[in-house]
Write a protein that binds this ligand. Structure first.
Ligand code: URA
Length: 181
């Protein structure tokens, strides 16, 4: 029903959502950032403190790292979109719980159906848990899933805390450039 009504309706539903307790402490709902016709759709984990204030996903330190990754991938701004498994900031920056991820999943799926990206990049294990529950993907190895190509890469924050992962991430990107170029 949300999908038929269009993207703006999905955004409005996100803004007024009270399906899980995360809405109680959220300042802003964090819907998405990027192109309306993305080739690549990134799924992060959850809005952080910064995103909670700005309402823009990946607008803090992890966002700077994501920008570097996108640049290394050679994507232009028409090529990509980013969102998270949940649209509200979990208090204390904790990981979102399974029930919170499940409550928010209809929004994520509606965004994907409406924007229709060819490639979905799961940024870390939480994104994998949300989008492919029960499935364990290999880092950097693409799989087909319901008509789209799914690729699991490291979350940008993991690259900040473990700089040695940047080289591995770049190798994953190099190996998969054909998917989006
Ligand atoms: N980490 C995420 O997973 N998402 C954001 O929006 C910011 C940091």
């Amino acid at each position: 029903m949300m999908v038929e009504a269009g993207y703006e309706t999905v955004a409005r539903e996100i803004i007024k959502c009270t399906r899980c307790p995360l809405h109680e402490s959220a300042i802003r709902r964090v819907i998405g950032k990027g192109s309306c016709h993305p080739k690549v759709f990134f799924i992060g984990e959850a809005p952080g403190d910064n995103e909670n204030k700005t309402g823009i996903p990946f607008s803090g330190r992890a966002g700077k790292q994501l920008d570097k990754m996108i640049e290394y991938m050679g994507l232009s701004k028409e090529d990509w979109m980013v969102t998270n498994t949940v649209k509200c900031h979990p208090p204390g920056n904790r990981k979102p719980k399974i029930n919170e991820i499940e409550c928010c999943k209809p929004f994520l799926l509606s965004q994907i159906i409406l924007l229709n990206p060819r490639i979905i990049i799961l940024l870390g294990n939480t994104a994998e848990r949300s989008f492919c529950p029960g499935r364990k993907l290999e880092w950097g190895v693409p799989v087909e899933h319901e008509g789209r190509t799914i690729l699991k890469l490291y979350h940008p924050a993991a690259l900040i805390y473990n700089r040695s992962k940047i080289e591995t991430q770049n190798a994953f990107i190099d190996r998969n450039r054909g998917l989006w170029s």
